[in-house]
Design a protein around this ligand. Sequence first.
Ligand code: YSA
Length: 253
Amino acid sequence: MTQPGRLHPISIAIREMADIFSRMGFGVVQGPELETEHYNFDALNIPPDHPSRDMWDTFWVKTKEGEERTLLRTHTSPMQIRWLEKKGAPTRIIVPGKVFRNEATDMTHEAQFYQLEGLAIDTNITLAHLKGTLERFCKEYFGSDAKVRLRPSFFPFTEPSVEVDVWFPAQGKWLEVMGAGMVHPLVLENAGVDSTKYQGFAFGLGVERFVMIKYGIPDVRLFHSGDIRFNYAFDGPRRPGVGAPTEASGKTI
Ligand code: YSA
């Protein structure tokens, strides 16, 4: 007997996350997986010779002499620039999607995984809004007993920058789940936004790691193993329609 199909655990998680953020006033947009060097690095204040470029091992795409260099996006952050260029400020969006890194895999690292970017730009946004939004999101996604901590960090496109850890009960340890911070004024200017008037926060979370913590999944490589038993064994929520595209969502720019 054939079994009915069902959503992949990552699709379920993205819908659930989009549902939580849309209740906080965020729209949902999507962007290209094939990116230019400009949007993936330069416009995000990561110049060609900057050591932070080494943080991401990139899958470069072959281009002809004189053409702009392209790559498989290493994070969802390029959509900060694309969206602000197109829509300007104020704005509040999330961007779920696939990202790619040319790196060795282990229990918490895959070469292809999903991120969910968040961007909130307005007048008078502070780090307290970022902290409040992320804590509220984590408590909604994991439950009110979730343990969340913010640590100081560095990204060229945020100042100040933080990394967020969530307690992984099944493994009895903290797991890093996202990078975040206040959007660097240069990034706003690169996207044509007046940084003397507007400021805001941004974050990029690893979707698989959130699902691992919530359901006690021990290895990120299970998600893309193609083993159908993993999908069927997954005991996630099955609420049809949650996070389904709305009029303002799901647009690719
Ligand atoms: C930082 C500041 C911002 O204003 C906006 C976004 C960010 C995040 C930044 N773009 C970034 O990609 N940071 S990161 O390299 O630390 O990755 C973010 C999250 O993606 C990690 O915390 C982790 O949850 C997940 N991740 C990273 N590499 C991974 C991975 N998940 C699975 N496999 C990998 N190889």
